[in-house]
Design a protein around this ligand. Structure first.
Ligand code: C2O
Length: 524
């Protein structure tokens, strides 16, 4: 714990190595990482290496009770994994409670030695971590919410590299300043580590060339504004060719929902080396409005896999498991709650119940009674998903998983519903990157929509929005044995149960199977 002051108030904060945001991990593709996590706080803890595929090393993935029991106070665990078949920017974060609010940091995976980037080599790099800050203790905010059954408080500020910028009423709060040298090209590694907000990001006077998302190269394109959901990472090239001056960098929420509006903007400064700081005023820029869906769609539509000879897009062309998931909020009875209900969230009307022991352990050692593998691959009945909600907003509760055969091809259509509230849901899959083959507004049409799928160069990533009042289609190959979490990366929705997990069978031999658990794996 460390005392940190933001917005004129100080609170004891969970940090890693005393830092917020936490330290950056630098690795090279094919490196094996050994990361010892020592828990010195009074919370149970796990760390997730978000976007790392963890081929055969599910024990190191990190979501509490899914792939491991938490590291208890005073205990430690060595995460041992190899980063392979991916390069770029990812991040790590706590994967228990809401600790990831302050327990997060970047992972930089450099390409293999002597292997250049597929774009002109940037001379320098800048790391930009977007986040959120609560004045009060985040765990207390969540407890209050879950006990009352109401939505938890929104954060008090957004942050860029941990600082809200001078937009806050606290004059002592300076924002972050990024110094750039005129004429140089910078690789900006942008991480959205916020808990509950999709964010726009832009820099006054500069266009950004997008080159990679979620550790996978894309066809470069220029954009004024970046859109990034919690769990997504975006690499862009910035040409520092304005020579001199100070330019405002802004991040602000994108929220395509009629009921929740929050427009807190965090700012930082891009400053050219040699600029006379006292006589130069900062060139300003205005962030897009909170509901700027056309800007969001334009950005998402521009994303395509690089799909070069060296980096081909290996899109599954056939499907073994065809799944249709509805994503919704609901209300379940709760005696101790305000009005007798609590808000829940569900996939195919199943609200996931967290087990009290590790699912991966139960799977590996064949323990029964921890989970069932009967998660419904389709909703129980069809309705106008974007229309008026049926009266009954009750969900089923259970620890139900969906079983995938090793090396099978999987397609999942994720359909947002208007139940309670239409909202974007940034869905994150552990253990894989997937291809985003289609996206649309309204109800998914199983006859017509698949004809328009992009099976050539769809973007490959680990987190994608199921859009408000619409659907998204993803495909992946289940070539990684283990238990893999799929959940909304808005922490508030995860808390309400917007999550499920896949169990992927072992392959046909030791080379294809999950490795045995490490000796120091925590027990529950
Ligand atoms: Cu970044 Cu399951 O999380």
């Amino acid at each position: 714990m460390k005392n940190i002051t933001r917005l004129c108030s100080t609170k004891a904060t969970v940090t890693v190595n005393g830092k917020f945001p936490g330290p950056t991990i630098y690795a090279r593709e094919d490196d094996t990482l050994l990361i010892k996590v020592v828990n010195q706080v009074h919370y149970n803890l796990t760390i997730h290496w978000h976007g790392v595929k963890q081929i055969r090393t599910g024990w190191a993935d990190g979501p509490a009770y899914i792939t491991q029991c938490p590291i208890q106070p005073g205990k430690s665990y060595v995460y041992n994994f190899t980063v392979t078949d991916q390069r770029g920017t990812l991040f790590w974060h706590a994967h228990i409670l809401w600790l990831r609010a302050t327990v997060h940091g970047a992972i930089v995976i450099l390409p293999k030695l002597a292997l250049p980037y597929p774009f002109p080599n940037p001379q320098k790099e800048i790391l930009i971590i977007l986040g959120e800050w609560w004045k009060s203790d985040v765990e207390a905010v969540v407890d209050e919410a879950t006990q009352l059954g109401l939505p938890p408080n929104i954060s008090d500020a957004h942050t860029i590299n941990g600082l809200p910028g001078p937009v806050s009423t606290c004059l002592s709060q300076e924002g972050f300043t990024f110094l750039v040298e005129p004429g140089k090209k910078y690789l900006l590694r942008i991480v959205n580590a916020a808990l509950n907000e999709e964010l726009f990001f832009k820099i006054a006077g500069h266009k950004l060339t997008v080159v990679e998302v979620d550790s996978s190269y894309v066809k470069p394109f220029k954009a004024d504004t970046i859109l990034t959901t919690p769990g997504q990472t975006t690499n862009v090239i910035l040409s520092a060719d304005l020579g001199t001056g100070k330019y405002l960098m802004v991040t602000s929420p994108y929220m395509d929902s009629p009921i929740l509006v929050n427009n807190r903007t965090a700012t930082a400064t891009l400053q050219y080396v040699g600029t006379n700081t006292s006589s130069t005023t900062t060139t300003l820029t205005v962030p897009p409005p909170t509901n700027a869906t056309p800007i969001a769609i334009k950005f998402m539509d521009s994303l395509r896999s690089l799909n070069s000879r060296k980096y081909p897009a290996k899109v599954p062309l056939t499907i073994d498991h065809s799944l249709f998931f509805t994503i919704s909020l609901g209300l379940n009875p709760c005696e101790s709650c305000y009005r007798g209900f609590r808000i829940v969230a569900a996939i195919n009307n199943v609200t996931f119940v967290m087990p009290s022991v590790s699912l991966l352990n139960a799977h590996f050692f064949n323990k029964s009674g921890v989970f069932t593998d009967d998660f419904p691959g389709n909703p129980a009945y069809t309705f106008d998903y974007t229309g008026i909600p049926p009266e009954n907003l009750r969900t089923m509760e259970g620890t139900r998983l969906y079983r995938l055969a090793y090396n099978s091809n999987v397609q999942v259509i994720m359909q947002d519903t208007g139940l309670l509230s239409p909202e974007n849901h940034p869905m994150h899959l552990h253990g894989f990157n997937f291809f985003v083959v289609g996206r649309g507004r309204g109800n998914f049409d199983p006859e017509e929509d698949p004809k328009k799928f992009n099976l050539v160069d769809p973007v490959e990533r680990n987190t994608i929005n199921a859009p408000s009042g619409g659907w998204v289609a993803i495909r992946f190959r289940a070539n990684n044995p283990g238990i893999w979490f799929l959940h909304c990366h808005l922490e508030v929705h995860t808390t309400w149960g917007l999550k499920m997990a896949f169990v992927v069978d072992n392959g046909n031999g030791p080379e294809e199977s999950l490795l045995p658990p490490p000796k120091d794996l925590p027990t529950c």
